[in-house]
Write a protein that binds this ligand. Structure first.
Ligand code: ADP
Ligand code: MG
Length: 492
């Protein structure tokens, strides 16, 4: 796959009376590692259990408890790094990031600072006008904190430690994004890659993918401006809104002659605004130091190679293969590969059939219908075999394309073998030319004025075809109707 950095012209500029502004964005995405146990304890990670039921003595930071690394989480981080075409560091170090908060019983978070498990990589975005390559700075493993709950009682706060110690991957991008659309596309693509890999569920509603959004503005060509970091934005739509608001806020400050203070902000989605939370903390505020309870994390290249060998085909490769092997358009290939399950469904339909017709049916009819019902493809009432059978019936001339849509609806609602449904409901296409000729004659006889018109305006033929199709209840073979009408009306 060939990708390039965008051309010299920035993608989205904000116009203002004083000249153009460019937005610069870098994201720190926190992705919960798909693993049954936590990063340093055997406690469960199941979502939605009763508060404080998934908590081991390690997660509660009881004195004398020692963390033990969960190998599954390490493998998931390496697999993610490989999926991001990143450098895997055979030696990395866990550090303590010290701060006080009631939901952090240890008084520090175990994270990775100077030596992360994964180094530089990249993510490719298919934007409408261009392909954009976004640099990955690093990926490191860290523990999640617990959750403080303030709204259950007016006088007390509560702490739920179920999340305490759950493994997170923090994936840090370079400041390569230039618009809210690119930032949204980046998070969506990252989520797709993680889901293909099975390393994170990517369920933003459950909070297992959230982003810290760094935004700055500058005049095109100038050095990077001072950034603000918007913490913990938990939906793709909110990420877009937060960037749009924050960029305009910064431009307003700068145009009024002020300067941007580097700070941490919060996005209030009910107001659509960001507001200041605290001034930016520096690394030295956290007193990072290597955790003396944990050895450096070391593995060898064959260990990584073995994980690489079992990596699934990823979205970019699948997309390229769909274009090359099935001849579908790049756009269709992109849509078909957004979810692995959708891609599998398409391949099952396309196997041994005209792939372009298959893509058209899967995207327009099936996905369209699934979206309307809010279903994902694994819950589709029409199976790949059933959809394939509908396509076969069109292909062999048993039904017309129009009847096929009715048939699809019937199979969607009632199930059944499409072939049998066609028989039982008498949906077969009429190819008997005698019957079609009679219908054509009837339409011609009833519309002498239109017959005059079509002789000077041949595009009127479509109207005649439509009338005959209507008379036949959509069952006449449109090809045959076309030819017979042309002959009878004497049009070429
Ligand atoms: P920190 O650890 O203090 O948050 P980093 O240097 O790790 O700082 O950067 C965090 C994120 O901020 C990265 O995703 C990076 O791409 C982004 N970033 C850095 N500089 C800028 C900038 N001027 N404008 C927008 N984003 C930036
Ligand atoms: Mg940060």
């Amino acid at each position: 796959m060939t990708a390039h950095f965008r051309s010299a012209k920035p993608t989205q500029l904000i116009k203002s009376a004083t000249g153009d502004w460019e937005i610069v964005i870098g994201l720190e995405v926190h992705a919960q590692v798909a693993s049954r146990a936590k990063l340093f304890s055997g406690a469960s990670t199941v979502f939605g259990n009763a508060p404080n039921s998934n908590v081991s003595l390690v997660d509660a930071a009881m004195p004398g408890m020692l963390p033990v690394i969960n190998e599954e989480c390490v493998k998931q981080a390496i697999r993610t790094g490989l999926g991001l075409k990143a450098e895997i560091n055979l030696r990395s170090v866990f550090d303590r990031k010290n701060y006080f908060y009631p939901d952090l019983p240890q008084g520090y978070q175990i994270s990775q600072y100077k030596s992360p498990i994964v180094g530089e990589g990249r993510v490719i975005l298919d934007m409408p006008e261009e392909t954009v390559e976004v640099g990955i700075e690093r990926l490191h493993l860290e523990q999640d904190a617990g959750k403080s709950i303030h709204d259950l009682s007016p006088s007390s706060s509560f702490v739920d430690l179920n999340r305490s110690g759950v493994a997170l991957m923090e994936i840090v991008s370079k400041p390569d994004l230039r618009s809210s659309d690119e930032a949204k596309a980046y998070v969506a693509k990252l989520r797709t890659i993680l889901r293909y890999l099975g390393t994170c569920d990517g369920d933003m509603e459950k909070g297992n993918l959230r982003a810290d959004v760094n935004v700055s503005v500058r005049r095109p060509g100038e050095p990077l401006g001072t950034r603000c970091e918007i913490k913990n934005v938990n939906s793709i739509r909110f990420i877009g809104q937060a960037i749009e608001y924050e960029a305009r806020r910064q431009i307003g400050v700068l145009e009024d002659g002020g300067s941007i203070i580097q700070e941490t902000r919060l996005f209030d989605h009910s107001k659509g605004e960001t507001r200041s939370m605290r001034s930016k903390e520096e690394a030295h505020d956290y007193r990072y130091f290597p955790d003396p309870d944990l050895l450096p994390l070391e593995f060898d290249q064959p260990y990584v190679d073995e994980l690489a060998r079992h990596l699934p085909e990823l979205p970019d490769e699948k997309k390229a293969r769909f274009i090359a092997d099935y001849g579908v358009t790049p756009y269709d290939a992109m849509v078909l590969t957004l979810e692995k399950e959708s891609a599998d469904f398409f391949e099952a339909v396309a196997k041994g059939r005209d792939a372009k017709i298959a893509a058209n049916w899967v995207i327009n009819e099936l996905f369209g219908r699934l979206n309307k019902e809010g279903l994902d493809v694994t819950k589709s009432p029409v199976s790949a075999d059933q959809l394939g059978a509908v396509i076969d019936l069109i292909k062999d001339g048993t039904i017309s394309g129009k009847i096929a849509k009715d048939l699809f609806e019937i199979v969607w609602a009632e199930g059944g073998d499409p072939k049998v449904v066609v028989e039982q409901r008498g949906l077969k296409q009429v190819t008997d030319t005698g019957a079609i000729e009679a219908a054509c004659d009837a339409v011609i006889a009833a519309n002498p004025d239109k017959v005059e018109q079509v002789k000077v305006k041949p595009t009127m033929l479509g109207w005649f075809v439509g009338q005959v199709m209507k008379q036949s209840g959509g069952k006449a073979n449109p090809q045959a109707v076309n030819e017979i009408l042309k002959a009878k009306l004497g049009i070429e």
